[in-house]
Design a protein around this ligand. Structure first.
Ligand code: AMP
Length: 428
């Protein structure tokens, strides 16, 4: 038997690569989610929620057998019934699966526009900004091929970041071509890559997914990639015209972008438009969001042809970016009014006043646990409230409560029946 631990630290901790969101910092996460969701709601995207796990084959087929996400980073499990499941590493495959299963694409109104918010899981090497459990808000427009739709999604993401007050982010833009022009480019790229000095896993990658080699971050690989053929120079006329329209629409919407001909992203399903938002204040894990067009994904997972486009924005990294920029979010106060009662009768009366205040839309809290007045006033200060309500038996006999301005220290008696109206006026 092991000796019981004498340490005062808790017996259980959040698993490696994860962390808890606790107040007050957690409020920033809610604000980020809301800032991303508001623009897409206004653009007609409906909320979708899918299970946290799926048939593992959905991701193997959808995200791609050769991607790091599928080969190294999935949390997989076998159920007691023998089903092979994976915790979702990303949102697009699940959302498309749900749209197909629910026949949303057959209701005569394409594109089907959906947005989501949730937890995602990747078994990655943890570091600042890279976690094994993280949070994304995503949006997908399913079933339409239109450069205005690609532009719409990019603009909505930019509007989300801007609404938060974020300024130090950049948009990287590329086109990955389509089934017309990509095969010839792929062959040209493979020919180039086979002539390089690369390790065995990378040589294997050349045969399965050569575009991803372009994305290799290792300096010894990067150094050899100068002069690699770029998709940009191999786009067919249709892809070129499509990309040009996306760029024009972005410019007209006042959205600046940088052409990045090497941007390929880590998922296999992208075609044509691909983009990433990066923030320069974040160090190595600089991507705060990304997405693109995935015209072939529906067919890859057994559906009809449904050209689609979408993005996922990282909530954790956006909070880090806001902190890096020193942006103070305009968060609603958690408590505006704090009530402290002396004696049982006053407790009942003030509890009623607090309930009434809350129902009138005022953030109000109450000195619970039978605290003495001194302690209750300390709690009032700590709560951040602007006003305190104090009442004892004598106040009640006179039909008043004491209203104290916690900033100035000023205190006056207010008639019990008028106090809710008075506080609403003061806080308006
Ligand atoms: P991806 O699906 O990889 O393009 O991810 C979209 C966004 O989610 C990224 O731009 C990041 O902001 C965020 N993200 C992806 N993986 C992680 C992770 N392991 N930890 C934190 N955020 C992540």
């Amino acid at each position: 038997m092991t000796t019981p631990s004498v340490s005062t630290s808790p017996a259980f901790k959040a698993p490696k690569g994860t962390y808890d969101l606790t107040p007050p910092r957690s409020a920033a996460y809610l604000a980020v989610r809301e800032a991303f969701a508001a623009p897409v709601r206004r653009a007609g995207y409906g909320y979708v929620e899918t299970p946290g796990f799926e048939d593992v084959r959905l991701f193997a087929r959808g995200v791609g057998e050769s991607t790091d996400i599928v080969t190294k980073e999935m949390y997989t499990l076998t159920t007691k019934g023998g089903d092979e499941l994976a915790l979702r590493p990303e949102g697009t495959a699940s959302v498309l699966r749900a749209a197909l299963e629910g026949n949303l694409h057959k209701q005569g109104n394409l594109p089907v526009k959906l947005w989501y918010s949730g937890s995602y899981y990747r078994y990655e090497r943890p570091q600042k900004g890279r976690y094994r459990h993280f949070s994304q808000v995503g949006a997908e427009a399913i079933g339409a091929e239109d450069p205005a739709l690609d532009a719409e999604l990019i603009v909505l993401a930019v509007d989300g970041y801007r609404a938060l007050g974020l300024t130090g982010f950049r948009l990287l833009l590329n086109s990955l071509g389509d089934q017309e022009c990509r095969p010839a480019y792929r062959t040209a790229l493979q020919d180039f890559l086979r002539g390089l000095d690369l390790d065995e896993p990378t040589r294997e990658r050349i045969e399965i997914n050569p575009l991803r080699v372009l994305d290799d971050k290792r300096p010894e690989v990067r150094a050899q990639l100068d002069g690699a053929p770029l998709m940009r120079d191999h786009l067919c006329e249709a892809c070129k015209a499509y990309h040009e329209q996306v760029r024009e629409l972005l410019t007209a919407a006042g959205v600046a972008y940088e052409d990045d001909p090497r941007l390929v992203r880590g998922l296999d399903y992208y075609t044509r438009t691909t983009f990433e938002f990066v923030h320069d204040g974040l160090g190595a894990q600089s991507a705060i969001g990304g997405g693109g067009r995935y015209d072939g994904l529906s067919e890859m997972i057994g559906g009809p042809a449904l050209p689609s486009v979408g993005w996922a924005l990282g909530v954790d990294r956006t909070v880090l970016a806001l902190e890096a920029e020193g942006v103070a979010l305009d968060l609603p106060a958690t408590t505006d009014v704090y009530a402290a009662a002396l004696g049982e009768q006053a407790r009942r009366t003030l509890f009623g006043v607090v309930t009434e205040l809350r129902r009138a839309g005022v953030a109000a809290d109450f000195a619970f646990g039978g605290k003495g007045l001194k302690n209750a006033m300390k709690s009032a200060d700590r709560s951040g409230a602007r006003y305190a309500l104090v009442a004892g038996e004598r106040d009640l006999d006179e039909g008043v409560v004491q209203l104290k301005d916690l900033g100035s220290g000023e205190q006056r008696a207010v008639a019990l029946g008028a106090v809710v109206g008075e506080l609403r006026k003061l806080l308006a």
